[in-house]
Ligand binder design. Sequence first.
Ligand SMILES: Cc1cc2nc3c(=O)[nH]c(=O)nc-3n(C[C@H](O)[C@H](O)[C@H](O)COP(=O)(O)O)c2cc1C
Length: 195
Amino acid sequence: MLNDCSSILSFLETRRSGKPRELVGPSPTPDEMQRMLTIAARVPDHGKLTPWRFVLVGDDQRDDLARLLDRALAAEDPGAAPAIHEKADEFAHYAGQLVVLVSAPVEAHKIPVWEQQLSCGTAGMNLLTAAHALGFVAGWVTGWQAYSPLVNAAFCSPGERIAGFIFIGHPARELEDRPRPEVADVAKPWQPPQF
Ligand SMILES: Cc1cc2nc3c(=O)[nH]c(=O)nc-3n(C[C@H](O)[C@H](O)[C@H](O)COP(=O)(O)O)c2cc1C
């Protein structure tokens, strides 16, 4: 065991996400992003297929994202109230660096797509962990926009899908934790079937 593992353990025991809508700047620098993404890409990946990728949305592209979400919302729900459109506009302009995590499985491969999607989830988790370890706060959200065909078409190639929008910034106030599962409820000894 490495000497400094106790600090890693206490970090993992207390790490928590922030709510993207509550983040403030500044965003990570390009060097910090490079480091986070390097860590995010260092994950279990059966078959070494790299079945995921990261799309970085620049601050100067947020108006483009807002226009896309506005059109996508109108397509999803032509009767959406103005307040829902405003929320979509706010989403597009949340502070921090926006990384769109794209699941990019290799179809018709001996490695099942499910395993490739699991690998994508680990990349998302590693990105959160790396962001938090570098002193940022990150939050992973999906919402209707992750399932909208128009939004997916703007970020993904055929066969890919949006796994989430990960915003990386700083908290405007102290983060609240959320209830965590009791280990005893989620980890139990195996009960073998009786033949
Ligand atoms: C795939 C995925 C999608 C999520 N989508 C949303 C969402 O749309 N809205 C939301 O409030 N939380 C969403 N969450 C949960 C947030 O990420 C939440 O902040 C997270 O459960 C906090 O856990 P942590 O503090 O252990 O990081 C999502 C989580 C995952 C893994």
